[in-house]
Design a protein around this ligand. Structure first.
Ligand code: 6GU
Length: 242
């Protein structure tokens, strides 16, 4: 999968994503990063990419021309018009199901805004989706784009190795992750739960699932509304809250 990231800070995006697991996926060729510097496409002789907002007000607005030309260069290079996601606090909230869905795309264009925003006309012309990563305001779309690249990439087959497996983690089935322990078996007087040392894999699975359900109940109870729960799970929850 190829991520074409339209940004004024291509180095920030590259640096942030070339480390660790995503960096390995890039080196393996499963994921391709294509940070595109919008400034390279400005027709302005002073390399300007922003200007004052019509109607007045604070801040600067990213101009349509360089953004459009950067987008066109990407579309021309891949030979079609991939989905183009504009990162904005006004967008639809990014979540695990969106990450999974987007992992099926061949190419994605991520448009990172800066300043007070991007000229609405170029957004109308090129943007297919508007996405936010949460209800807080960031100074630019680069961090959200990096968050999306990470979350989407780890859903692509081959990005996670067997022992990093994607399917048994937090939010799969709508539940939080169970607690993890490693050696030593006792640390500062705290012991690892006995069941994990028992070697009984059936029992361990049951215990982990129960922990997932109870943690979700405790920390993110609103997730239970759309979680995959069995009759046994519901009984367990009722036992704890009644
Ligand atoms: Cl996608 N962009 C900006 N600037 N701020 C955000 C955001 C995006 N998502 C949450 N806050």
């Amino acid at each position: 999968m190829r991520f074409h990231i339209l940004t004024l800070f291509p180095e920030m995006v590259r640096q942030g994503l070339e480390t660790s697991i995503i960096g390995n996926a890039v080196r393996k060729g499963i994921v391709e990063l294509d940070p595109v510097n919008i400034r390279d496409y400005t027709a302005d002789r002073h390399k300007k990419v922003d200007d004052y907002p019509y109607g007045g007000g604070a801040g600067m607005v990213m101009q349509a021309q360089p953004v459009y030309d950067a987008w066109q260069a990407v579309a021309a290079s891949v030979g079609y018009q991939p989905r183009c996601i504009y990162l904005t606090p006004q967008g639809r909230r990014f979540d695990q199901s969106m990450a999974k869905e987007l992992a099926g795309e061949e190419d994605l264009i991520l448009l990172c805004g800066h300043y007070e925003g991007v000229d609405e006309r170029v957004l109308e012309e090129i943007v297919t989706d508007q996405v936010s990563i949460g209800d807080y305001v960031l100074t630019g779309g680069e961090l959200p784009a990096m968050v999306m690249v990470d979350a989407i990439s780890r859903m692509i087959p081959g990005v996670l190795t067997n022992d990093e497996s994607g399917s048994t983690e937090s939010l799969e089935g709508g539940l939080l992750e169970y607690p993890q322990y490693s050696r030593p078996a006792e640390w500062m007087g705290r012991e690892v739960p006995q069941v994990l040392l028992s070697g009984d894999h059936q029992k361990i699975e049951e215990w982990r699932h129960e922990q997932s359900v109870l943690r979700t109940l405790r920390y993110r109870p609103e997730l239970l509304e759309s979680a995959d729960l069995s009759y046994q799970d519901v009984k367990k929850i009722l036992k704890f809250i009644l």
